[in-house]
Design a binder for this molecule. Sequence first.
Ligand code: ADP
Ligand code: MG
Length: 243
Amino acid sequence: STEARIEDERTSSILLLAAGVAHELGNPLNSLTIHLQLIERKLKKLKSAARDKETAALSESIRICQEEVLRLDGIVTNFLEAIRPRPPDLAEVNIADVIEEVLRFQERELADRGIKVDAIISHDLPAVMADRNQIKQVFFNIIKNAMEAMSPGGSLRIKTRSDDENVYLLFGDTGSGIKQEDLVKLFQPYHTTKQGGHGLGLMIVQRIMREHGGQVGVESNPGLGTVVTLQFPKKNRRVRMLQ
Ligand code: ADP
Ligand code: MG
């Protein structure tokens, strides 16, 4: 539809702009790093001549600046990585393995937030063709959102299912839910209802799922919780459809 196309175009121009800004930040960050090093070296020479409190305080300031530069650099790098569209590097993947890996990775945060995890994951699921790292990011973002909607406490239910054509993965939470009027904005970049949120998580999820020939759906009951459903095409679907 025209509406969807306009939305897509707006999304990509915002992303392009954001990527440009992030890229531009790279140069001043480099320059800051180099000059901080220069100042640090000069100060070291001074220090051996006149070792006093002042130079010690300056050294400490330089160290803090260097740390902050590294932090900014990390933010920029992550951001660029997050919004860079990349074609998936497809290989046969067992979804159950990947989801368990992601759960292990988030185990600590889930426990700290007092969230109970109920994962009914079939290991007989048909394989799908997927980019393992990209779908890890998809699962991670969805579980992260579920945690943020619930804690402290709550329960996260993960289920798998398949039919003739697709493999499905469902993530149900008992969190705040999503208001009807917000449902349409979910996948827009920078839509967030959180303090300190980036509003990029679900946009990335949708992009990756589309590039896998799959889909993401969200159903929600405000006050009760949310179910996010991922649909992956089965590995041999195309072949079977041609027969
Ligand atoms: P962020 O997490 O940085 O806000 P996302 O793109 O991941 O960005 O999510 C966008 C918004 O969608 C969130 O701010 C929140 O309002 C809503 N949302 C996403 N997942 C859930 C969920 N499981 N429960 C309730 N709200 C959700
Ligand atoms: Mg998020």
